[in-house]
Ligand binder design. Structure first.
Ligand code: SF4
Ligand code: SF4
Length: 302
C-alpha cells in the first residue's frame, strides 16, 4: 500500500527537524505553534486504502528517544483527548539522568501501553475483559471488567490505572465557575468535557473499550486512541508531538513509516527478556543503564 502525502511529509519533517533546530525556533511558543503539524493527522493512507487492507493491519508505534525534548506535550494531548483522571497517565514521559557530575546526561523516555503481542495482562484476566484485537491493540471491555486488578499486577510496565470513582464532568476544569470569559465568548455554550466517541462500540467484536468514560471499578489504560485510529487518525500523542518522536502505523505494510524506520534503524523494546513482545519499539540509546536514576517519580494512587 503506498504511503500518503502526509506520511511522506512527516518523514521529511523528521529528517530536517533536529533537536537543535527545535531549540532555535524558540521554546514553548514554538511548541504550541507547530504541535500537530509535523505528524499530520492521518495514518497509513486514505481510509479507503486502509479499508482495503482491513483484516491484515498490524498496528505498532515507533518512539525515537534521540528526538524527545521532554516537553510532555504528548502527555497533555493524551489527557485532553481521553479526559483521564488526576494522577492517571496513559502516556508518561520519564525523566532520568545517568552519570556523575560533571558528566551527567538527561534522557526522556515516553511510555504508553506496549500493546504486547504476548500480553500477560490479557492472560490473567479472569473474565476476558482484557483482550487482544485482530489489529494488535490490547483493549479493556468496559462492560465486562470486574475491577479485580489482576491485569495491573501482571503488567510489567505499570500502565494500568484503576478508576476509584465515577468520572468528574471535567477532570481538571470547572467551566461554569472558572471560565466565565469562555462562556461569554461562546455565548453561554459550555465546551463538552467528554468526547461521545468514547462510548461507542469498536472493533469486529463490537465492544465498548474502556476509555474516556472512566467508570468507577473499571481498569483504564492507553487505547492507542482507538476512537481516532478507527477513523484513520493518528493517536493524539503522535499527532501533537512537536519533535516528530512518534511514528504510528501498519507494521505489515513494508512502505509504512513504522516499517521503514524499523528496517533502517536499530531498535529495541522495553524488558525484551520478559517475552511480552511489545508493539511499541524504541529507536536510539537504551535508557536502561545500571546507574540511570529517575528525576521525578509518578505520584499515583494504587
Ligand atoms: Fe515532547 Fe514529543 Fe518528547 Fe512528548 S515525545 S515529551 S511531545 S518531544
Ligand atoms: Fe498489557 Fe501492560 Fe503489555 Fe499493556 S504493557 S499490553 S497493559 S502487559
Amino acid at each position: 500500500m503506498p504511503s500518503s502525502a502526509s506520511e511522506q511529509n512527516h518523514a521529511v519533517s523528521q529528517k530536517d527537524f533536529s533537536r537543535r533546530e527545535f531549540l532555535k525556533v524558540g521554546g514553548a511558543a514554538a511548541v504550541i505553534g507547530v504541535a500537530g503539524v509535523l505528524a499530520g493527522d492521518q495514518i497509513n493512507g486514505t481510509p479507503q486504502a486502509r479499508a482495503a487492507n482491513s483484516g491484515k493491519v498490524k498496528y505498532g508505534m515507533v518512539i525515537d528517544l534521540d528526538r524527545c525534548l521532554g516537553c510532555r506535550a504528548c502527555m497533555v494531548a493524551c489527557k485532553v483527548e481521553n479526559n483521564t483522571p488526576a494522577a492517571a497517565f496513559w502516556m508518561y514521559v520519564f525523566r532520568t539522568e545517568e552519570g556523575h557530575y560533571p558528566n551527567v546526561r538527561i534522557q526522556y523516555t515516553p511510555r504508553p501501553c506496549m500493546h504486547c503481542d504476548n500480553a500477560p495482562c490479557a492472560k490473567v484476566c479472569p473474565v476476558g475483559a482484557r483482550y487482544k484485537r485482530e489489529d494488535g491493540l490490547v483493549a479493556t471491555d468496559a462492560d465486562r471488567c470486574i475491577g479485580c486488578r489482576y491485569c495491573q499486577v501482571a503488567c510489567p510496565y505499570s500502565v494500568n490505572y484503576f478508576n476509584w470513582e465515577d468520572p468528574k464532568k471535567n477532570q481538571y476544569y470547572d467551566w461554569v465557575k472558572e471560565a466565565p470569559e469562555i462562556q461569554q465568548a461562546t455565548g453561554g455554550v459550555i465546551p463538552p468535557y467528554q468526547n461521545p466517541d468514547h462510548e461507542l462500540l469498536y472493533g469486529a467484536e463490537k465492544r465498548r473499550i474502556s476509555g474516556g468514560s472512566h467508570h468507577h471499578g473499571v481498569m483504564g489504560k492507553c487505547t492507542f486512541c482507538v476512537h481516532r485510529i478507527e477513523k484513520g487518525l493518528l493517536p493524539a500523542c503522535v499527532a501533537n508531538c512537536p519533535a516528530g518522536v512518534y511514528s504510528f502505523g501498519d507494521l505489515n505494510d513494508p512502505d509504512s513509516e513504522v516499517s521503514r524506520r524499523l528496517n533502517s534503524e536499530q531498535s529495541f523494546t522495553l524488558a525484551e527478556d520478559l517475552g511480552t513482545k511489545p508493539r511499541v519499539h524504541y529507536l536510539g540509546t537504551s535508557p536502561l543503564k545500571d546507574d540511570t536514576r529517575q528525576i521525578d517519580a509518578i505520584v499515583r494512587r494504587v
